[in-house]
Design a protein around this ligand. Sequence first.
Ligand code: MCN
Ligand code: MO
Length: 710
Amino acid sequence: MYVGKPIRRIEDPKFLTGGSTYVDDIELPGTLFVAFLRSVKPHAKIKIKKNHNDIFTGEDINPGSDFPIPVEETTYVGQPLAMVVGRDRYEAYDLLESIEIEYEELPYVIDPQEALKNDIKVYSKKESNVYEYKKWEAGNVEQSLKEADLVINGELYNQRVIANPLETRGVLAYFDGNRLNVWSSTQSAHYLRRNLINFLGIDNIRVIQPDVGGAFGSKIIAHPEEYAISKLALKLKRPLKWIPTRSEEMQSAGHGRDKRLRFKVGVKRDGTILGIEGTLIADLGAPYPDANDDEIGNVHSTVRMMLGPYRIQNIRIEHYAVNTNKAPTQSYRGAGRPEATYFIERIINIISLELGKDEFDIREKNLIRELPYKNALGITYDTGDYVGLLNKAREYYQRLKNEVNVDECVGSSMYVEITAFGPWETARVLAKSDGKIMIITGSGPHGQGDGTAFAQIVADVLEVPIENIEVRWGDTDIISDGIGTWGSRTLTIGGSAIYKAAEELRRRLIEVSAKMLNSDTEEIEYKNGVFSHKKSGKSVTIKEVIQNAYLMGYSLDVTYVYNVAKPGYTVPYGVHMALVEIDKETGSVRVKKYVALDDVGKVVNPLLAEGQIVGGAVQGIGQAIYEGAIYGKEGYLLNSNLTDYGFPTAVEVPRIEWHYIEKGFSSHPTNSKGIGEAGAIASTPAVINAIEKCTGKRIVNIPPKPEEVI
Ligand code: MCN
Ligand code: MO
């Protein structure tokens, strides 16, 4: 059995020995390099002079519209406005200088709370800056606040951060006279293809996702540059390549979170939470349909998951999702759920400090006891043992507390989240004539290691050595369709499709072997690559079966579409804890120890899962104490580079200790739930809660400034 074992990643030898192929590694003869002129004004009417033939504007890409490339009006600094092509990247960047652009400046608004007032329009063709207002309500909040012994008011801000994967975005597009070929650093070849078909109005398009150096949600949507380059490739009939600089990337893609909550919570003396009322302001950044629609989904997740793992019946949240003259926000690891967990777990900490009670006691008092459970805003929590996990976490918590020195505190957070979204995923599992098995997935892993887990699953179903399995994805020509990799769905949904396809392949192999052995399938016993006839003892090997299949009229190329039953997601949960040290002289903060305890159902590969928790926790620690996209009054992102932005490195973060229980199995064939985002969801509140305890001061904005910490 391979499932459940810490198998090393089969993907890695290639990466570790320089054998990987990212977009920028692909060289087509005659390639021209594209560079984008980017807006230096947060809001302005624009006029671009085409001084030569190698300048292309929105009029060439989307005449008469401001999307994806503006023709009349720019709405954020860093927005792509025009492009040039050169024989190499240096020539292209030099040619940018030759573009004459006139900006007629318009008033702009950076703060979403200002934007809400609608005094200044973010985009003059839109009447209101409010993209969506919605009121969510359950129970009777007024009544619950009246009955409370204590009503706590507060404000919490989950700041804007930047995903910033190691590899920036990048595109290579080539129209070969017949069809358009697009290589992109994306999270889904199929999804990009669908978007390009809609935009370009042609369907002879092949999209390839080569190796991708991380994405963290920032490469889900189709970006303006992907549309623009594809369109230009059709026109120029030359291969076009675009790779942004780090600063361009940070100015224009991967911004996430940026949500502010004002709340009132009513509690009883014993810690029972009676009701929550709040107003959520989500900053969508500038209008860009693909990003704004993506982020609206995340806003809904924030609201609906804000009840956490608690039996809170009375809630009213109004949300305003508002445009501003900043880069558009989009999914970033956790996509709405980090904000939800941040808000509720910060509230738990505040309650525990106000009542002078341990936060684990507050949690236990309010914890959901019976599953499945439908929360007041309609999300169904499926399986698990919340009380059992909380109690186990207490042991780690106690251990950490026993280690605390002066100016150190332990903070914690408990999360529930939704993962493994449907509605379907595709898989192909096929046996090749050399006896090897090939898996093709319609999803698009980009660093997570799902390929290894897929191979483990198939190795078990087909009882073959994992070395005989090859895994491929990322090309719209090799599988009919696919969704992609996000929402911690790939192992569970993509893996279940693969599981089902492998089962069908196994069934067919048994049929072929039965024919070869002149028997019924019931008389065949299959074990570890050998098919034996129970009575006669005669046997054939899997390789022989595969080689005979075509003669027998069988296809050993199985496609399976795995459809997801309602509610269409799974709900993992866990408790994360951080021991934080504060330097009372300089106000600097350091996470000294970090312990995570999660239940994601069946863990297919503990090594992969641990890697996900570690990476996610580091990103969430980054959000808590180092990171933040800072916009100046003039509408510029002030820290659009790796020096100023403040990502944590291996120097800043401790070893992250991971534990898991396997109680909350999902009903999918893999029995798993998603783990790709849990670390990023649980870590930020755990760290901030610790700082709040140490300083005794209510923390509103994060990361807290040194003067607030001292
Ligand atoms: N896994 C497991 N057992 C489980 C669940 C998962 O062994 N019960 C393993 C899987 O085999 C896989 C990994 O854990 O190797 C994550 O699986 P899953 O939870 O299904 O998440 P996805 O593969 O769908 O990954 C998406 C998720 C998201 S949404 C973001 S954002 C994110 C993340 O993964 N972006 C990442 N982790 C990332 N890791 C890297 N290196 N790069 C990114 O861009
Ligand atoms: Mo994601």
